[in-house]
Design a binder for this molecule. Structure first.
Ligand SMILES: [Zn+2]
Ligand SMILES: [Zn+2]
Length: 390
């Protein structure tokens, strides 16, 4: 069956504007979730809820075969929108400033097309609408079994991306988005009068040393080709000008663009622990370190990328418009792929257009997308599923 994608351009823009006007924060996507379910029900599908506000529906093909997962994220951000557009956010202080409004619209319209194509598909398409991407919501869907019943053989996801020009696609194999952990370090000393510091253990002096020496990890312990960023973003301690402080709390994040789980050497978090504990020992202080996973590294496997380049991309853009792309941003799509040993890939759809003012950074209060690129996302979803289930 030949698809005339032009027919769907208007609908995908309208849907995107609806989601844009009605943004909801992570795990609070109640109206969004209902709207998605209604749409899918009208297509004759049987959507169900996963992880509170997430929605899943399966399109069963005409023949038995594999199952391919397509994912869109649903959450908006706590940002007051500053765009002067007719479809601006009606929810004060909340804004779709990352393009997830477009992601939902693209996957819904792709579902409409795929339902028409179902007789020719060998296998199933699992449509996954995921809550709370900004704060790692994907793992809750995996915990509730989204990768089973039917078992998922491959997962594909997309992100509209303003740093890439409209008309271009970012795609490469290997690491594409960073592994990221938030950390908290409690440095514990002993308080005393500031006139007799020898009676105590100064947590502030110790903590300030930790802040500096942590920077030696990326520049002196890790191959400079393996990008690593450690940022201490908050420091709190002390109560008065005449008391040596007994406690300092340091918080920040560590990101790296390689698999830090099993690299045959000390992983970056272990290196942090060693340095923090070593400095504390030198100062007679104690440390408590905790890491909270934010996103695990997102790695596109070679075969999936080769499949996309060979079979899918020729339908989407000329080869010259595909750029190898990766970023230190985090993305929990890794839960649907490498983190759980499912082959797959994550694709960046360029939506930056200076003339249209859609080249502002993600998470900025004037962020906007080039709506003409939405249909590219529809096509990409449809052709990925279609070719995968041929
Ligand atoms: Zn974001
Ligand atoms: Zn995003």
């Amino acid at each position: 069956m030949n698809i005339n994608y032009k027919e769907y351009e208007k609908e995908v823009i309208e849907l995107r504007r609806y989601f844009h006007e009605n943004p909801e924060l992570g795990f609070k996507e109640y109206n969004t979730s209902e709207h998605i379910k209604e749409y899918l029900k009208k297509l004759g599908l049987d959507p169900y809820t996963v992880a509170g506000t997430g929605v899943v529906a399966v399109i069963k093909g005409g023949y038995p075969g594999k199952t391919v997962l397509l994912r869109a994220d649903m959450d908006a951000l706590p940002i007051q929108e500053e765009n002067d557009v007719s479809y601006a956010s009606k929810n004060p202080g909340v804004m779709h400033a990352c393009g997830h409004d477009g992601h939902m619209a693209m996957l819904l319209v792709a579902a409409r097309v795929l339902v028409q194509l179902r007789d020719e598909l060998h296998g199933n398409v699992k449509l996954v609408f995921q809550p709370n991407e900004e704060i790692a919501g994907a793992c809750y869907m995996v915990d509730e079994g989204v990768l089973e019943n039917p078992h998922v053989d491959a997962s594909f996801g997309v992100h509209l991306w303003t740093p890439i020009e409209s008309g271009k696609i970012g795609l490469k194999s290997g690491p594409v988005m960073a592994e990221m952990f938030n950390f908290k370090i409690n440095v514990m000393g002993v308080s005393c009068h500031s006139s007799a510091p020898q009676d105590g253990v100064d947590a502030i002096l110790c903590a300030s040393n930790i802040v500096q020496v942590l920077q030696s990890i990326p520049v002196r312990e890790i191959n400079p080709m393996d990008t690593t960023i450690i940022s201490v973003c908050s420091i709190h301690g002390g109560s008065s000008t005449n008391i040596i402080s007994d406690k300092v709390v340091l918080e920040g994040s560590i990101r790296y663009l390689y698999d830090g789980r099993d690299d045959g050497m000390e992983q970056p978090r272990k290196r942090m622990e060693r340095i923090v504990n070593g400095i504390c020992a030198a100062y007679r202080a104690k440390a408590e370190i905790s890491f909270e996973p934010s996103n695990y590294i997102l790695i596109n496997d070679e075969e999936s990328v080769a499949f996309l380049k060979e079979k899918v991309m020729p339908e989407i853009v000329p080869d010259s418009e595909i750029i190898p792309y990766c970023t230190m941003g985090g993305e929990d799509f890794s839960e649907f792929t490498n983190r759980n040993n499912v082959p797959g890939a994550f694709i960046f759809i360029g939506t930056g257009n200076r003339e249209k003012g859609t080249d502002h950074p993600h998470h900025c209060n004037t962020f906007n997308i080039d709506e003409e690129t939405l249909i590219t996302g529809v096509k990409l979803h449809v052709e990925t599923a279609r070719k995968y289930l041929q």
